[in-house]
Design a protein around this ligand. Sequence first.
Ligand SMILES: NC(=O)c1ccc[n+]([C@@H]2O[C@H](COP(=O)([O-])OP(=O)(O)OC[C@H]3O[C@@H](n4cnc5c(N)ncnc54)[C@H](O)[C@@H]3O)[C@@H](O)[C@H]2O)c1
Length: 337
Amino acid sequence: MVNCMVKPKIYVTRDLPERGLKVIKQYFDAEVWPEYAPPPKQVIIEKAKNVDALATLLSDKIDAEVFNAAPKLRIVSQLAVGFDNIDIPEATKRGIYVTNTPEVLTDTTADFAWALLMAVARRVVEADKYVRNGQWKVGWHPNMMTGRDVFGTTIGIVGAGRIGYAMAKRAVGFDMKILFYDVIPRPEIEKLGAKKVDLDTLLKESDFVTVHVPLMKETHHLINEQRLRLMKKTAYIVNNSRGPVMDEKALYKALKEGWIAGAGLDVFEQEPTPIDNPLVKLDNIVIAPHISSASLETRAKMSEMVSGNLVNFFQGKQPPNLVNPDVMKIRPLSKLF
Ligand SMILES: NC(=O)c1ccc[n+]([C@@H]2O[C@H](COP(=O)([O-])OP(=O)(O)OC[C@H]3O[C@@H](n4cnc5c(N)ncnc54)[C@H](O)[C@@H]3O)[C@@H](O)[C@H]2O)c1
């Protein structure tokens, strides 16, 4: 480490996969929160008082309160591509570097969105319960558990970044017509034959809508009642971006009253979602506990990126996955060490 006789101190808010944690323990004076559930905010504030770095997860709220308590804090290395749990302007203002773990989880996350899409359209979870609950009394019937075809239909991708593009690649294999909506030009996805449309057109024309935007002020409740009402009665919606991108109350009405056919959700407005969330009672929704990037290989790679960002930074180099590059104007690396 640059000019460091002593190892920098880090607080790691969860027991990360071994591949990255091993490196963190080698290079840092590390303390790790040992429990499965996240540390209370007060614990993070307390621990932040004496550390040079934090390694965080998306369930940790890292805001001005934490930064105010942490005079030595120089970097927050997050294990996730999304970083809506971190107040980036507050970090930047204070010269605190923030990093994430993009790309390694793109295909794993797209695979899971595709699994939700297939599962809800072909009623995989309902069918599984049907057999296990002893409801399978007749061997075969032409009307038993009929769902909807995925191949040859139209998919609408909201947010055509890394994961949106990976969804388009999958859709090509299913002979689907691909529509997308994004706020910036996305020529790569157009090369796959996808057509750029406005959000309302996408919602009106798609048989499957899949949401891949980051959570920001502009995307909060992007999918609201008015927009769900534009969708076909036979259409499905999948969200594995962030829960608050979709208005859950409106989604419940849409599913219950049949404005749309079904949904697949990996993310919720509140996580864990309470068991009395009425969405959990519906049959035309497949739900998962925010596990879209949860493959052993990807989680190991994500933890490796967390440690890589930290080690590069403390060696005086720009961390590879810096999300707030403006911080370098406020506190250049040369002034940090
Ligand atoms: N459920 C999970 O476990 C999981 C895993 C990985 C990522 N995610 C979520 O998926 C999101 C997308 O990840 P990514 O790697 O594809 O990000 P990305 O930055 O590559 O792509 C996001 C795209 O959304 C577009 N966008 C931004 N605001 C928009 C708006 N208002 N309307 C339309 N498009 C808009 C951007 O221009 C960009 O093209 C992440 O921010 C994260 O929250 C969830």
